[in-house]
Write a protein that binds this ligand. Structure first.
Ligand SMILES: Nc1ncnc2c1ncn2[C@@H]1O[C@H](COP(=O)(O)OP(=O)(O)OP(=O)(O)O)[C@@H](O)[C@H]1O
Length: 642
């Protein structure tokens, strides 16, 4: 699903990124670099210091040489010339070392520390809400694999520092020739300042372009993904998708190009001003020398330093540009970090999940609205799910069934009301341990490009190496036949896109069911249309097995089972059926109680299914507390929309 604009839930307590945050980030990166490669890190300070010394030392040596030649002091002239030569050579060698060592260091820290940290932060963030926020997704687009640029900014900032140092010493030297030359500092600062303005325009444009870029990538993925590709080809929508992709790309390029032009304008104006100042300074020194107010050595020093000054300013500007353009990724990176931190703080909850349920799960005026939605997906839901019971959720499309399931799994937090587990608010339970006691399958199940055995085993990570347990989970969901047909059995690599074997939709779903069967003692079974991709006999078989498992668990941990299904055969045997309508709970009771409500929603839906049976010459499914009905395949009767 594409993320929609986040109009609802504000980003949790995220403050604007202030400049001092850059300093803190660089200090952190410096510490990481030091731990990762101390020698390379030290070189990033030693080399630029050596380069600055070489430039200044070279200029001073030239002055000594020229003055010594004029005085006829051969010894000093030779020593000065040798010094100038050495300084020049040292500058060249250090310059080459500088870019190589910096590249290696940045690569190490970016690839081994920063990028994995970004990925870890995002994948371990609790809940799903962030993945559905457009502000989060926009930043993620910019930050994805941006580790290099972020680490580069540290060493660019370091480069700016050394360039400033070099500039200061150069200006002091120029000041000894003529104090008016100090004005060159002002001219040297102009390109830096103008460049900064241009870069700010680029940062703003990049953030605005993030959404069209994400859109065009999504359209590209849509067209190249085999699942979506089928429908696109049948519908003949390929050209239209390509047109939309091109339009999104055009929009992004236009925004960026305009900003680049603005930045280029600022840059050019800055350099023109600097060149004017530089020319005036040279004219001044020449004028002074011709009037005999300075030595020839001073003139050479001034020309050498002023020329080197241009290079220093250029280097300073280049590094400043790097730092400023890194703002493009640093700002979203810090924003994401703040978001992750705020969410983690909000996550709270330290109470352990109970070993077994005593009373059950209570929903007390629960409400939830998606960040991008204008209305609530769930409102004012109050109901008790007794320990050991099987609860079915029914209702039309979009009535809130999946949302309720996700709230129980703590994937979202209610905006209103509370969920209580044996009287303890779900918020107060530690999320990790609560989730470790849930066994869940969803209609949009995961397909992991790994071996079959791992696809199932990750359902309970600590038991991933336990092949016996995995084989038992496979048996439990009746997937042994599927494994037998795989070329390497449990060890078959899955997913054709990654060189493995592809499974049918139903086979993937069975794999997901086996994965959900891995947990030994769940307190909660969440089954959100767990058999939507299976044929009716398989579905019946799966539900029979699940019911047996639920009843067994009820005897052990007193687990609650929550099933979402559109087929009534799976619903009639539930202890409690909840009918949702437009996010509200409109009916609750057993099958017998609900069908007895004249004109009731459930009764109406059930009647529609019964009539469908009658038309097909079959008996409608019998209800009963003992479990779901067995029998012939049934039509999938979905409730009419609201
Ligand atoms: N990620 C989301 N962002 C915004 N709105 C959402 C999101 N997911 C669901 N909704 C909206 O919330 C409401 C409830 O959706 P939910 O998926 O819970 O319904 P459902 O009863 O499970 O539907 P179905 O039977 O089609 O699976 C719908 O109006 C839907 O459009």
């Amino acid at each position: 699903m594409t993320a929609r604009r986040a109009t609802g839930h504000p980003a949790p307590d995220i403050k604007p990124i202030r400049p001092y945050r850059y300093l803190i980030l660089w200090a952190e990166l410096l510490a990481v670099s030091w731990r990762r490669a101390p020698l390379l890190t030290a070189m990033q300070f030693v080399i630029p210091a050596g380069m600055a010394a070489a430039v200044i030392g070279g200029a001073l040596a030239l002055r000594v040489t020229v003055d010594a030649v004029i005085r006829g002091d051969t010894g000093s002239a030779v020593a000065g010339a040798a010094g100038a030569g050495l300084a020049g050579a040292a500058g060249i060698v250090l310059g080459a070392l500088d870019s190589h060592t910096a590249g290696i260091l940045i690569g190490k820290v970016a690839v081994l520390d920063l990028n994995p940290r970004i990925h870890r932060d995002i994948t371990t963030l609790d809940g799903l809400e962030h993945l559905e926020r457009s502000d989060f997704q926009d930043r993620l687009t910019l930050v994805r694999n941006a580790g290099w640029e972020i680490v580069l900014s540290l060493w660019s900032a370091n480069g700016v520092l050394f360039a400033m140092l070099e500039l200061t010493v150069m200006l002091l030297l120029l000041g000894t020739v003529n104090p008016w030359l100090l004005w060159l500092l002002a001219f040297a600062a102009v390109p830096l300042w103008f460049d900064q303005r241009g870069n700010n325009a680029i940062i703003r444009a990049d953030l605005s372009a993030a959404e069209p870029i994400r859109r065009q990538r999504h359209l590209f993925d849509l067209a190249t993904d085999p699942a979506g590709g089928k429908e696109i080809r049948i519908a003949g929508a390929g050209a239209e998708l390509a047109r939309r992709q091109a339009a999104a790309w055009d929009e992004a390029t236009r925004l960026r190009l305009r900003a680049q032009l603005v930045a280029a304008g600022w840059r050019m104006a800055g350099w023109l001003l600097f060149t004017a100042g530089f020319g005036a300074a040279l004219a001044l020194v020449v004028h002074q020398a011709t009037r005999g107010a300075g030595s020839a050595g001073d003139l050479v020093l001034a020309i050498t330093v002023a020329a080197a000054l241009r290079q220093s300013v250029y280097t300073g500007v280049r590094y400043t540009t790097n730092v400023a353009s890194a703002g493009r990724v640093i700002e979203p990176y810090l924003w994401l970090r703040d978001y992750v931190r705020a969410q983690r703080n909000r996550a709270g909850g330290s109470a352990p999940a109970p070993p077994r349920l005593r009373h059950g799960i209570t929903l007390d005026r629960v409400g939830y609205r998606y960040p991008s939605a204008t209305g609530p997906a769930l409102a004012d839901i109050s109901v008790h799910l007794p320990a050991g019971s099987v609860v079915a959720l029914v209702g039309e499309y979009g009535s809130g069934k999946t949302t309720l399931v996700k709230l129980l799994g703590k994937l979202y937090r209610p905006d209103a009301g509370r969920i209580l587990v044996d009287g303890v608010p779900l918020d107060e339970l530690e999320t990790r341990t609560w989730r470790s006691r849930i066994s869940a399958t969803f209609q949009d199940f995961g397909r992991f490009p790994t071996r079959f055995v791992e696809n199932v085993g990750i359902g309970d990570l600590p038991r991933l190496p336990d092949r016996e347990r995995i084989a038992a989970a496979v048996r439990e969901v009746d997937a042994t036949g599927l494994v037998d047909r795989l070329p390497d059995g449990l060890d078959t690599e899955l997913d054709a896109a990654f060189g493995g074997v592809d499974l049918s939709e139903g086979q993937w779903q069975k794999t997901a069911l086996a994965r959900a069967a891995m947990r030994p003692e769940p307190l909660l079974f969440l089954l959100d249309e767990p058999t939507a991709s299976l044929d009716a006999p398989s579905e019946q078989e799966i539900f029979d097995r699940q019911m047996a498992r639920s009843r067994r668990s009820a005897a052990g941990t007193n687990a609650v089972t929550v099933i979402v299904s559109h087929r009534f055969s799976t619903v009639t045997g539930a202890d409690l059926i909840l009918t949702l309508h437009r996010g509200r709970l409109v009916e609750a009771g057993s099958h017998r109680e609900l069908v007895a409500i004249p004109g009731g929603r459930y009764a109406t839906l059930y009647r529609i299914q019964a009539e469908a049976y009658a038309r097909k010459g079959r008996r409608p499914p019998e209800s009963g507390p003992g479990g779901p009905n067995r029998g012939s395949p049934e039509p999938d009767v979905r409730p009419p929309g609201g």
